[in-house]
Design a protein around this ligand. Structure first.
Ligand code: GDP
Ligand code: GDP
Length: 455
């Protein structure tokens, strides 16, 4: 009994480690060409070099796992996107705002050889408003000769400028030390979702799948006018909506309404928005365009939601454009491209006509219920006992790892820890996951299984 309690305690701690509690997020912001990408590459090391020499190259990731002085954190990178010359100022500010909202601390990069510009000042105002800790990087200080340029940046009122040469590495150690000091141990993001209160829904999907059409359809006349729902603080970018007698938060709707039309960097920008919305939500409704071929951007959005551990509903929109010829192709695409989310509820609908829109809420509710499911330890171990007896782990080199004990360390999403006498093969873990889903449902939620090896 004591041993079991100890293991359960350990499993709970485990869930608080990577994959459990979110890592603190450091966002690198600044206007184009100040050296953000160069700095990010330096922080990540050569292994993960992401800088491309071509301007306007779209990255497929927004955040990267990073480490400094033994601390793990998530680095949000806003470099590598190119903006139109027109309206550059507003775009930088808007993009910085999203990155800042994602962050626990901000690394603000300024080109010391140029000095503070009006765009920099604009970002500074956003930083102040956010109240987040800021570390000021005075970049392109390649040698002592330009050191004096850095001191000029005290005028930004953000405290000490750290002279750095992202290109040569000069000063980056001190800069990262300062960033680590500014970063909280655990991300504040998880706790940004208050317990109780309306559930938080993010409508996500690549540009033009119909997010704003669906939002308008859903909200229609039903927008909640009263602000003061007990226990909520209103964020102006989120909308409170009454649906089926219940109140819901639709998060980051301002991002959906404020449509940004521009070619270069649009993908990346959309990706950043998506990340921000997902972080704030409990369930992500991923919109897909049923009338055209699924794209890599679609699967990327889905991966973002899975990686963040959110409940997921897939909404196949534009069903009114669906013709019978396309139907079998879509089924095949779903089988091939969406293997990783076969467990998500699917709703076929049309944001334009409103057809099946009422099916969305029940699907969301099912996904959220799964997301919060807890399987009692006794039931879980009885289930595993039967499963292992019928399908033992394959023998490898004359040895066979035994499953000693398992427990669900947390919910939202469900995380399981299995204690075993040896390493469990990935195939066997997938088999366990499949069986868990068959027996306990988990429709609409990712689940995580980790294995601790015990002698
Ligand atoms: P981003 O648009 O902010 O991501 O900027 P980049 O990282 O793409 O850098 C813009 C340009 O500045 C590139 O030509 C870099 O090589 C150059 N650069 C970046 N950091 C430094 C630095 O510390 N010193 C010098 N001299 N050039 C730099
Ligand atoms: P967003 O970029 O994801 O917000 O997409 P929008 O809501 O702006 O929609 C992009 C385009 O698709 C617009 O021209 C919409 O009118 C159209 N659209 C959205 N939903 C549907 C739908 O269900 N059926 C049809 N036929 N068109 C749609």
């Amino acid at each position: 009994e004591d041993d079991l309690a100890l293991l359960e305690g350990e499993a709970a701690i485990e869930a608080g480690e990577p994959g459990g509690a979110p890592l603190p997020v450091l966002a690198v912001v600044g206007r184009p060409n100040v050296g953000k990408s160069t700095l990010v590459n330096r922080i990540l090391g050569r292994r993960q070099a992401v800088v491309e020499d071509k301007p306007g190259v779209t990255r497929d990731r927004v955040s990267y796992p990073a480490e400094w002085a033994g601390r793990n954190f998530t680095l949000v990178d806003t470099g590598g996107w190119e903006v139109d010359v027109l309206g550059i100022d507003a775009r930088v500010a808007e993009q910085a705002e999203v990155a800042i909202s994602l962050a626990d601390a901000v690394l603000f990069v300024v080109d010391a050889t140029v000095g503070p510009t009006a765009t920099d000042e604009r970002v500074v105002r956003l930083l102040r408003k956010s109240g987040k800790p800021v570390v000021l990087c005075a970049n392109k200080v390649d040698g002592p000769r330009v050191e004096a340029d850095a001191t000029e940046l005290w005028s930004l009122g953000l405290g000490q400028p750290h002279p750095v040469s992202a290109l040569h590495g000069r000063g980056t150690g001190d800069l990262l030390d300062a960033a680590m000091a500014a970063l909280p141990k655990v991300s504040q993001h998880g706790s940004a979702i208050p317990a109780g209160g309306p559930r938080r829904v993010a409508l996500v999907g690549r540009p033009n799948v119909g997010k704003s059409s669906l939002l308008n359809k859903i909200i229609g006349a039903e927008r909640v006018v009263v602000d003061d729902v007990a226990g909520t603080t209103r964020d102006p970018v989120d909308e409170l909506v009454q649906l089926k007698g219940k109140t819901w938060w639709f998060v980051d709707t301002a991002g959906i309404r404020r449509r940004v039309h521009q070619s270069q960097g649009a993908d990346f920008y959309a990706s950043l928005r998506t990340q921000a919305a997902i972080e704030k939500s409990e369930v992500a409704v991923v919109l897909l365009d049923a009338s055209t071929k699924l794209t890599e951007q679609d699967t990327r959005v889905i991966s973002q939601a899975i990686d963040a551990g959110r409940a997921i509903v897939l909404a196949f929109n534009k069903w009114d454009l669906m013709d019978e010829d396309r139907r079998p192709f879509l089924e095949r695409e779903i089988e091939q491209d969406l293997v990783q989310v076969q467990w998500a509820p699917r709703v076929n609908l049309s944001a334009k006509t409103g057809w099946h829109a009422e099916r969305l809420v029940p699907a969301i509710e099912r996904a959220l219920a799964s997301w919060e499911t807890r399987i009692p330890t006794g039931r879980l171990n009885a289930f595993l006992g039967e499963l292992v007896a019928a399908h033992p782990h394959p023998l490898r080199g004359g040895k066979q790892p035994r499953i000693l004990f398992a427990t669900q360390a947390s919910t939202s999403p469900p995380r399981f820890v299995i204690f075993a006498s040896g390493f469990l093969e990935a195939g066997y873990r997938r088999f366990i996951e499949r069986r868990l889903r068959e027996d306990f449902g988990f429709e609409g939620t990712p689940i995580e299984i980790s294995v601790r090896v015990r002698e």
